[in-house]
Design a protein around this ligand. Structure first.
Ligand code: ZN
Length: 157
């Protein structure tokens, strides 16, 4: 496994749309491993492939319950109820803002063996899924933030 460099803010790769993974190869599995390691080292709760310069529909998430790997994820259901909470992003260092997200989402994806599965997320997990899937469409949380948090205002989690 190897840690990869995180692309930040002005890198135009973050604004591009990702392509579907057609075939799960050892290279794709290596990307998953590298992304998980990079996320862990950077202390993130999620990472999308474009953040490490790869324009493929691949996401890793860890909200404290183990690593979730999503290949070609699609949101199949989302609650009407929403929550507004603070988000940050490894690609947008030192910036935090409040973003409105559905309280619950269901996502369909492939695992590293190419098997389709469904995952339901609530609260932080739902937020992380939405945030990471936005990355696959070139969308950053700063595009959606309803309010930015001033330095020092963010509580320590
Ligand atoms: Zn992000």
């Amino acid at each position: 496994m190897a840690k990869r460099i995180i692309r930040t803010y002005n890198d135009e790769i973050l604004r591009k749309k990702c392509k579907k993974v057609d075939k799960i190869t050892p290279r794709i599995q290596m990307i998953l491993d590298d992304m998980a390691e990079t996320m862990k080292e950077e202390d993130g709760v999620g990472l999308a492939a474009p953040q490490v310069g790869i324009l493929r529909n691949i996401v890793v998430i860890d909200v404290g319950e183990g690593i979730i790997e999503l290949i070609n994820p699609i949101i199949t259901e989302q609650s009407k109820e929403t929550e507004i909470d603070v988000e940050g992003c490894l690609s947008v260092p030192q910036k935090y803002g409040e973003v409105e997200r559905p309280s619950k989402v269901k996502v369909k994806a492939l695992n590293r063996e190419g098997k389709e599965f469904e995952l339901e997320g609530e609260g932080l997990l739902a937020r992380a899924i939405c945030h990471e899937l936005d990355h696959l469409n070139g969308v950053l949380f700063i595009d959606k933030a309803v309010r930015f948090i001033k330095p020092g205002e963010k509580e320590n989690e």
